[in-house]
Ligand binder design. Structure first.
Ligand code: ZN
Length: 524
């Protein structure tokens, strides 16, 4: 899973929603309140972090702390540069004995470079530069600033990663928090903090990995959340930061988050680490806040009595997708969205919301071509770009694709497989693109539905949005459970093709023509 990006017209960013106004008195109160909140056993055994006599780092209230590289013994640097289609420069500090972290940062920055190039046809250059935001005790934090140049104005983004030398694990910024509920709570605090900023779109602030990929602490230990230029406000507004006062953030932090805060608020001169754990001893994360499973363990669609159905929506997001999401949320229904390139760019906040609300995101190409008649290179580019766009908005790596018009062949499936994607067709076509009539669309969806069906719709048509409440009600009356495609199919294999999960029929038939005729599938 990748996530990250950095961006910042550093100082140009208006920054401080709260931070700049934190009066000295308020800061003092915050510090007092924090005295009783030391987490992590280190801090507790060590008579409380407030007793720490080490000096405090320098820094602005709405910025993450900066570590003077001179305090780290034998600090190294990883530096790569290349000049292909896209000019690339990557550099970041490497702490001796933090090999698992140094290697992980190499993977992360490599993925980021690839995603930038894939997501932007006009990509010209990307520069990713890391700096230490914590280096004390057993914690290292590296904050990246990422400058991207393409055919649009240059953008700056940020991402911060954390290393726990005790476990050898690299943590995303969201892992400073105790769990997903705490991320949702933080999301509310951040929205409130930014409410007075007219340029900020509250709906763009969603509790997903990628949006919260840069968090750290200011020298006083307040939690600083920063967003890339263009992420939650127009790019011209630059970096947007929210400062959550220490006593408000404290109950949200994980044990590691408290240790990270302690490390980010002291200067540890002569910092060194012991040897890292062996790779096989490094634990995998249990659940990363802001990363959502697309399946629900409480539903078993493989049970004979299970009557699962997947609602799928193609070509969006569109102008009324937010209303559709309201309906799905109010009815606790999870759906699957096959997203197209232009709409992802136009409605990025809705893509984040779809993900945050438990829906499955899937790839429906950038330009909606007939893939069976498209060159292999172009097919690969179409798929790679949408995967990159989805990752850059949410952190999620899609594993399903749907060929436009259902037009596919062995080559399309093979290339999809190379991109980690299974092909998903459908067994019920509502023809909602042709019959712009909510009643007809609903009747068709309900009449042809049976256990294991995949129902094809498009959330770019207003009449489809109008049909969904009726479809949900009537399918539920018939005892159906509405689930994501991955849940319905119980797992998929890249390169394989699926049309339904009807129990008494073959689950996949890659050789069959997916769709009866061009006219019937013209709208998928
Ligand atoms: Zn389509």
């Amino acid at each position: 899973m990748s996530s990250r990006r950095p961006a910042a017209p550093g100082s140009a960013g208006p920054g401080l929603p709260l931070g700049g106004r934190l009066a000295a008195a308020a800061v003092a109160a915050v510090l007092l309140a924090a005295g009783c909140s030391a987490g992590g056993d280190r801090a507790e055994h060590a008579s409380g972090e407030q007793e720490d006599t080490r000096p405090r780092p320098e820094g602005e209230p709405d910025e993450l702390t900066e570590v003077d590289p001179a305090v780290v013994l034998d600090l190294g640097e990883e530096r790569t540069a290349k000049d292909d289609r896209v000019r690339v420069e990557v550099s970041y500090p490497t702490v001796p004995n933090a090999d698992p972290f140094n290697e992980r940062l190499g993977e992360i920055t490599g993925q980021e470079v690839d995603d930038f190039a894939a997501a932007n046809p006009g990509a010209r250059s990307i520069s990713i530069s890391g700096a230490l935001t914590a280096a004390a005790d057993d914690v290292v934090g590296v904050r990246f600033t990422q400058e991207e140049k393409d055919s649009e104005d240059p953008r700056t983004g940020y991402a911060t990663f954390w290393y726990d030398a005790l476990s050898g694990r690299t943590a995303f910024s969201t892992e400073l928090l105790a769990g997903h509920e705490q991320l949702v709570a933080l999301n509310g605090l951040v929205r409130d903090a930014l409410k007075g900023r007219d340029e900020v779109a509250g709906a763009a602030i969603q509790p997903v990995l990628r949006v919260y990929d840069s968090m750290g602490f200011n020298p006083d230990g307040d939690l600083v959340v920063e967003f890339d230029a263009g992420q939650v406000a127009p790019a011209a507004a630059g970096r947007i930061a929210a400062v959550v006062p220490r006593e408000q953030a404290d109950p949200l932090l994980s044990e590691f988050g408290r240790r990270a805060r302690a490390a980010a608020t002291v200067v540890d001169s002569g910092f060194t680490l012991g040897a890292p754990p062996a790779p096989e001893d490094i634990p995998a994360p249990e659940a990363v806040p802001g990363v959502f499973p697309v399946t629900d363990d409480s539903v078993d669609c493989s049970a004979p009595e299970a009557k699962c159905i997947a609602l799928t929506f193609d070509d969006g997001p569109g102008g009324r997708t937010a209303e559709l999401l309201d309906v799905l949320r109010d009815n606790e229904v999870r759906a699957t969205f096959f997203l197209t390139g232009g709409p992802i760019r136009e409605y990025a906040p809705l893509v984040r919301r779809e993900y945050a609300e438990g829906h499955e995101l899937a790839n429906h190409t950038v330009t909606h071509p007939d893939l069976a008649g498209t060159s292999p290179d172009r097919i690969a580019q179409e798929l790679r770009t949408v995967n990159a766009l989805i990752r850059r908005e949410t952190g999620y790596q899609p594993d399903l694709m749907r060929p436009p018009y259902g037009s596919t062949n062995d080559g399309v499936r093979a290339i999809s497989g190379e991109h980690g994607l299974a092909e998903i067709l459908w067994s019920v076509d509502t023809n909602d693109w042709r019959d712009r009539n909510a009643r007809i669309v609903a009747d068709r969806a309900v009449k042809h539905a049976r256990p294991g069906s995949i129902i094809l719709m498009h959330d770019i048509h207003s009449t489809t949005i109008d049909a969904v409440p009726d479809i949900i009600r009537r399918l539920r009356e018939k005892g159906y459970t509405l689930v994501t495609v991955s849940q319905l199919l119980g797992g998929t294999e890249p390169g394989q093709s699926y049309r339904h999960a009807h129990p008494e029929e073959p689950a996949a038939d890659p050789s069959a023509a997916p769709s009866p005729s061009a006219s019937e599938s013209a709208g998928d």
